[in-house]
Write a protein that binds this ligand. Structure first.
Ligand code: MGD
Ligand code: MGD
Ligand code: MO
Length: 728
């Protein structure tokens, strides 16, 4: 079978009509329609068709016009020589610590042509680079969770029960931020079978109860929905904990056995330090939920069995640690931790794999080799790094010195989509001497580069594809040839490594197909039951049988049963209800979200119509725009207050910037909020004295504060904006 693999899943290639098309993979019970749009990239008008150099850079403007300049085409040989020369000049003048190769992003699903792996191998062989740690997806939680329950639970899904256990236990699911089915279409590296929707359906069919607390009713795929102000989840959870405390529903001795800090936590609930009892009456105005309802939910929880689920979006915010911590504390004091199918889940439905029992194809990657440079930044501190070289920042109890970057090199990501406060990034981005970007389309990041290499897309090359959280392996076919002059990232980096004298080391004399076969051998070593190479090529896929139910552990079950025998890797060996570092970084006080003079809280969820900024020109993504603009949604009353009509072109603005959007009235969105999905193509233009982003990217508005001094995660949540009619 001829298959193409993407982050949306796998597709069968149909060549019966001359022009190839994609159709759903026959073994996928719930295929995503989005991946079928993939081939629209082939002749996207934004396609980059040859290496391009920025005019001002060629003339030596030191970055002054970066992002506002035009580009001239240059031939591949000249472009690769220029890149090699720049790298060599920078490393000789400043050392490899002046090269930033963090290159965050969702490049292709393939394992060999994975752009970051290619770039990092190349840069490592060139002497190393400053890297980026953690993700925009889950960066705050990843740093926080080890302080609560130990390192082994830090990965996404690490604390979650599997869906089959959930269906077995039928807990009351209290879900903050919900589980939007459009998000579960996606899996990093792809998936062979989207199984989450069927699990959710059987949970509900069996009579399962679920209550979603979220500012957008569309976040609730089933069950009941209750509106809550964004950023107010921790306050709601503390109020529920307060109810358990004053109603004597906490089994103190059982909680002491598995945790430390309960007394201090109860003091916090009573307001011993700050004078505020964290009662439902205290939380009501913060959350927008009346005290009686909060009390009722707390009682429902304490009856159990219960599972508290949190969307990842909650931690991608200023003080995003607070709800993740409060939820774990609430699950602990209500006796739910360690019970099969109950307790805590972070991110059910965030991506396809979460909660699905499967064997992970955490397999051999294209080897990147060691990085001789040890300097790194938490991924979302990029602007600060560029603005303040030499300054120190606090991170996870340590101090990091920000490096002085002279060369940025990026392949497979779009920081001018993903990072917060893009106008500020654009300014800081002018400081390095050179920026090199590989992409197949003219993203805002490519437009902010000096040297741009055109990349073949994932369907213009053969690859081996497997999600590291999935159990399907694919031979992803070359559906078509790349346009003339366009090469794979591997081929371009091989050329540059030749100019630098280490080509043989970089490609080891192997062709791309040889590498793919070698990677498959690595998978076979790790999973001997996989078919031989010939069989794999013929089938186009291989699948690992799911684990036996008794082999899938309920996280923390063994620990709760025998805390002395199975201690956690926290300082106390138990769950830490009041971690020291949270206290030191101010995260165990002030649970009210900050407000500003602006009127609406901005939500910026993942787009149902595309993957971040990718496939923006696909028919589905185009159909989700109006008058060429991204669509923002708010409650009809908010449109009335702002004096605008549904369907009108409007502006959202705050101190960071202004975006142009079409506003639509939507009763699903709680009053006081406006929601604008991510991924609009940042396109700042001058309008009279102002600058407006016609691309409608929410990150033109979000503040780049970082989540906190503890985790320095991404701070997409927490922005406030005004809605007004467009005057242009
Ligand atoms: N306000 C706000 N901002 C957010 C978020 C939010 O919720 N709110 N979410 C954050 C999250 S969770 C994430 S993960 C990030 C996502 O941010 P990114 O991962 O940076 O976004 P993508 O648009 O997927 O960018 C991937 C880029 O790789 C390119 N690409 C694909 N394949 C290849 C290839 O083979 N070679 C090369 N060279 N390039 C390739 C694509 O064309 C695209 O430009 O955004 C973050 N930003
Ligand atoms: N189709 C599609 N699917 C995707 C992606 C994509 O680009 N396209 N991206 C993928 C990636 S990289 C990731 S990391 C995951 C992200 O998965 P998540 O981070 O879980 O998803 P989001 O869409 O950012 O947010 C989900 C919902 O949270 C709600 N929300 C926001 N802030 C708050 C809050 O403070 N409190 C409460 N209670 N609710 C809040 C919003 O209404 C939003 O709709 O999605 C993945 N899935
Ligand atoms: Mo993400």
């Amino acid at each position: 079978m001829e298959l193409f693999a993407s982050h949306f899943g796998a597709y069968e290639v149909d060549r019966t009509t001359g022009t190839p098309t994609l159709r759903p993979f026959r073994h996928d019970p719930c295929p995503s329609p989005l991946g079928q749009d993939f081939l629209s990239l082939a002749d996207d008008p934004e396609r980059i068709l040859s290496p391009m150099a920025r005019r001002g850079w060629l003339e030596g403007d030191a970055g002054a016009k970066r992002g506002q300049d035009d580009f001239v085409p240059i031939d591949m040989d000249q472009a690769t020589q220029l890149a090699a020369h720049e790298l060599d000049r920078v490393r000789k003048a400043y050392g490899n610590r002046a090269i930033f190769g963090g290159s965050y992003g969702w490049g292709s699903a393939g394992r060999f042509h994975h752009p970051q792996s290619q770039l990092k191998r190349f840069l490592n062989m060139a002497g190393g680079f400053v890297s980026a740690r953690n993700t925009y997806s889950y960066g705050t939680a990843k740093v926080l969770i080890p302080h609560l329950v130990g390192d082994q639970y830090a990965d996404p899904g690490g604390l979650n029960p599997t869906w089959d256990r959930i269906i077995d236990a039928q807990p009351f699911i209290l879900s903050f931020g919900g589980m939007r089915l459009s998000n579960a279409q996606v899996e990093a590296g792809g998936t062979g079978a989207h199984r989450m929707p069927a699990y959710l359906e059987s949970f509900i069919k069996n009579g399962g109860e679920m209550l979603t607390l979220s500012p957008d009713a569309r976040d609730a795929p089933a069950g009941e929905h209750l509106a809550i102000n964004a950023g107010a989840d921790a306050a709601a959870m503390l109020a529920m904990a307060h109810v358990l405390l004053v109603e004597n529903a906490i089994d103190h001795s059982a909680v002491h056995k598995i945790s430390t800090g309960l007394d201090a936590f109860c003091d916090l609930l009573r307001g011993v330090d700050d004078g505020f009892e964290k009662s439902p009456e205290w939380a009501a105005p913060i959350t927008g939920i009346d005290a009686k309802t909060l009390r009722d939910i707390a009682r429902r929880l304490s009856h159990g069995p219960a599972l508290i689920n949190l969307a990842w979006s909650l931690q991608r915010a200023v003080k995003g640690e607070q709800p993740y911590w409060a939820a774990l504390a609430l699950a602990t004091i209500s006796g739910q931790i360690g019970r099969s199918g109950c307790g805590i889940a972070y991110g059910l439905g965030a991506v396809s794999s979460v909660g699905v029992p499967l064997r992970r194809l955490k397999g051999p990657a294209f080897e990147q080799g060691p990085n001789p440079v040890s300097d790194y930044i938490p991924v979302a501190r990029i602007t600060q790094m560029l603005e303040q070289p030499g300054q120190q920042i606090a991170y996870n109890g340590d101090k990091l010195t920000l490096p002085d970057i002279r060369l940025i090199w990026w392949a497979g990501g779009n920081p001018f989509h993903h990072h917060q406060d893009l106008n500020r990034l654009a300014k800081a981005w002018r400081r390095p001497e050179t920026v090199i970007v590989h992409d197949s389309v003219w993203t805002a990041t490519a437009r902010h580069a000096d040297l741009v290499f055109p990349s073949a897309t994932s369907f213009e090359r053969q690859d081996i594809a497997a999600g590291s959280r999935d159990d399907w392996l694919f031979l992803s076919t070359q559906v078509m040839e790349p346009p003339q002059g366009v090469e794979t990232d591997h081929s371009v980096l091989s050329r540059i490594s030749k100019h630098l004298g280490f080509a043989d080391k970089f490609h080891e004399g192997l062709s791309a197909d040889d590498w793919i076969a070698r990677l498959y051998k690595g998978y076979q070593t790790a999973f001997p039951e996989l078919p031989n190479w010939e069989q794999f090529c013929q089938d186009g896929f291989a699948h690992l049988a799911p684990p036996a139910p008794e082999d899938v552990e309920q996280p923390l079950e063994k620990f709760v049963a025998a805390p002395q025998t199975w201690p956690l890797s926290t300082p106390s060996g138990k769950i830490e209800l009041m971690p020291k570092l949270m206290q030191k970084t101010g995260l165990l006080s002030s649970f009210e979200p900050d407000s500003t003079r602006a009127s609406l809280r901005l939500l910026s969820p993942q787009p149902a119509q595309r993957l971040h900024s990718q496939l923006n020109m696909s028919p589905t993504a185009q159909a989700a725009r109006k008058h060429g603009c991204e669509i923002a949604r708010a409650h009809p009353k908010e449109l009335e207050r702002a004096g605008v009509k549904s369907g009108e072109i409007c502006l959202l603005s705050n101190q960071n910037g202004t975006v142009q959007i079409v506003i639509e009235a939507d009763i699903n969105v709680m009053e006081g909020h406006v929601t604008l999905v991510t991924g609009g193509w940042y396109n700042p233009v001058k309008r009279e004295a102002h600058q407006v982003d016609l691309g409608g990217n929410p990150n033109t508005l979000t503040a780049d504060l970082g989540s906190s001094a503890l985790s320095q995660g991404a701070s997409a949540g927490g922005a406030w904006v005004d809605l007004r009619p467009s005057t242009w």
